[in-house]
Write a protein that binds this ligand. Structure first.
Ligand SMILES: NC(=O)c1ccc[n+]([C@@H]2O[C@H](COP(=O)([O-])OP(=O)(O)OC[C@H]3O[C@@H](n4cnc5c(N)ncnc54)[C@H](O)[C@@H]3O)[C@@H](O)[C@H]2O)c1
Ligand SMILES: O=P(O)(O)OC[C@@H](O)[C@@H](O)[C@H](O)[C@H](O)CO
Length: 537
């Protein structure tokens, strides 16, 4: 079984191998979408294919929509060249349920894949055509937290952003510059409304996207590259809206065990690629069954009917609460804690870490003891039930091949949201005392220990990619296992960095606490385990 449109005609072969197939007219849906696109998604990575594209496929299967999704990739073009186009934009989704049951689905709701780069003239022309079309309702994004950054860690604009600020919307080179240029096309061709919908794991993701796009509009008006109406267009939600969302579905990188299972079932196109930009991608995606997508209902040009597949549309306040619940307390901080300590302790499977007494206790304490008290109940999901499902069913799911190394990617970009928000809540709430926080500081100390690149057995450890590694690792480069503190001079530039944590950890009284934990963690081989035993048991 090859993964392409032609091979899909052998329905019996696929069904015998246990695949669920699309139940709509693929050619018709493709034509409808090409003529009147209503949805384009930026970020062709794994979560998009495992969750978002499957949602649209369910709706198409039910006959409740007649259009698919167009995917656009503006960062890692290899994803399109090596995975989408050779397979006619099809993907195989493998759902790994907690009871061991496996579901295999051929996803065919992505009808077109485009590279976002003015140098690719054909694709750029097509993108403009899509953005100009009045039928377009939503541009969604899963481009990672760093995708929205216009500045480096020092707060200086990146060079490609500066170039685009100066040049205006012609031939943009930066990611958001390219997006802003496409939105500008829509503005000058009829000023039709549009929703730009971030589906990334960052707090107030819509605002993050708005800030990035509006920075371009402002600069271009200031430099007289565009008329000032463009800035008004971007800033008026009757024209362009930036809804907030919360997205949740644990989607690990394509895993060798799943690849082998698919091979045994006769699926031939199983080979994954690690692109030069570090995307782990294969013709298949593997993910858990649980999924939540909550979207602020703010769509000035109407929207796809995703509620038909269980997606919840609500007000901004509810999205905020539900997103804080997940990203700041009940899931992502626990993931990051397991990522950091899992790497240090030599784990390569998250589910195995949940069999480790200290690590299981650590995440339970961060979640139930330190996190839950600051969660505001969003009502549409019960936080206690949510965290119970995360800690008792989802993260321990032995069939999920998720790794601490994947989750440790870009940790510097996530700490402010995953832990900083809770720390801020402890400062602002009169009934809570910041000095009661013990386990969150232990994770932050663990991260500093992780940055040394030596595991708890004293072996060299490969650090997961992170845009700040080059800047941060030199601060701790002089520290070796067995060194005695104090380490204030080395750790201060890290722990006081407001860009990383959202606060200066010394100013709130946690800097020294973290330094003390760090001294214990670096004391010798095995000190990470010993420190966890001492504090977490
Ligand atoms: N994987 C999950 O479990 C999961 C679950 C919920 C939400 N998310 C969100 O989705 C994001 C992507 O996850 P994924 O599993 O698809 O990852 P992935 O590695 O499979 O894909 C990452 C995508 O982001 C793009 N990207 C990476 N760096 C970029 C940059 N600097 N600028 C613009 N685009 C960039 C890549 O080109 C690719 O399209 C996550 O960062 C997270 O915010 C992921
Ligand atoms: O996707 P990231 O890199 O922001 O974070 C890694 C994981 O914690 C994350 O992908 C979770 O699996 C996801 O948030 C679950 O919904």
């Amino acid at each position: 079984m090859k993964l392409n449109m032609k091979a899909l005609n052998d329905i019996d072969v696929w069904e015998k191998a246990g695949f669920k197939l699309p139940r709509f007219n693929l050619q018709q849906v493709k034509e409808n979408t090409k003529a009147n696109p209503n949805w384009i998604h930026f970020g062709a990575g794994n979560i998009f294919r495992a969750f978002i594209a499957n949602v649209q496929q369910s709706i198409l299967n039910e006959g409740k929509s007649d259009r698919g999704i167009i995917v656009a990739e503006g960062f890692d073009y290899e994803i399109i060249d090596e995975m989408y186009r050779p397979h006619d934009n099809l993907g195989a989704l493998v759902t790994l349920k907690a009871d061991g049951h496996i579901e295999k689905t051929v996803i065919a709701s992505i009808v077109e894949s485009l590279i976002v780069d003015p140098k690719n003239e054909e694709n750029w022309k097509r993108l403009k055509e899509i953005f100009i079309n009045p039928s377009l309702q939503m541009v969604s994004f899963t481009i990672t937290e760093k995708g929205y950054s216009l500045q480096d860690a020092k707060g200086e604009y990146l060079s490609d952003v500066v170039e685009d600020f100066n040049n205006g919307p012609q031939n943009p080179v930066s990611y958001i510059g390219k997006l802003a240029a496409l939105v500008y096309e829509r503005y000058i061709n009829g000023k039709n409304p549009l929703a730009l919908v971030s589906m990334d794991n960052c707090s107030h993701n819509g605002t993050k996207l708005y800030q990035a796009v509006s920075a371009f509009a402002e600069k271009w008006v200031e430099k007289e590259c565009v008329d000032e109406g463009f800035d008004v267009y971007i800033n008026d939600p009757k024209y362009v809206s930036f809804p907030w969302t919360m997205i949740d579905k644990i989607t690990p990188r394509p895993d060798p065990s799943v690849r082998e299972m698919l091979k045994k079932d006769g699926f031939e196109d199983v080979e994954d690629v690690i692109t030069s930009k570090n995307t782990y991608i294969a013709p298949f995606v593997n993910a858990e069954e649980s999924e939540y997508l909550i979207i602020e209902d703010l769509f000035p040009n109407g929207r796809p009917n995703l509620e038909e597949a269980g997606i919840i549309f609500t007000d901004r306040e509810t999205v905020d609460k539900v997103e804080k619940m997940k990203v700041c307390t009940c899931l992502n901080p626990l993931h990051t804690a397991l990522a950091i300590y899992g790497c240090l302790l030599g784990y390569t499977l998250i589910s195995k870490e949940m069999e480790d007494h200290e690590l299981k206790n650590l995440v339970e304490k961060i979640g139930y003891v330190e996190g839950l008290p600051v969660v505001v109940n969003p009502k549409i999901i019960d936080p206690k039930k949510f965290i119970d499902e995360v800690l008792k069913v989802r993260i321990p799911n032995p069939f999920m091949p998720d790794t601490p190394q994947r989750i440790a990617t870009d940790t510097s970009q996530k700490l402010g949201i995953r832990f900083g928000e809770t720390i801020k809540a402890y400062i602002s709430r009169e009934d809570l005392n910041i000095m009661d926080l013990k386990f969150i500081p232990l994770v932050l100390a663990g991260w500093c220990r992780y940055l040394i690149g030596i595991d708890d057995d004293g072996n060299k450890m490969k650090l997961s990619s992170d845009p700040l590694l080059e800047e941060l690792t030199p601060y701790v480069a002089s520290i070796s296992l067995g060194d005695k503190g104090p380490f204030h001079e080395q750790l201060k530039p890290i722990l006081s960095n407001v860009k990383i944590f959202g606060i200066d950890l010394y100013e709130v009284g946690l800097g020294e606490v973290i330094e003390n934990y760090f001294e214990e963690l670096i004391a010798s081989k095995g000190a990470v385990r010993a420190t966890l035993k001492k504090y977490v048991d």
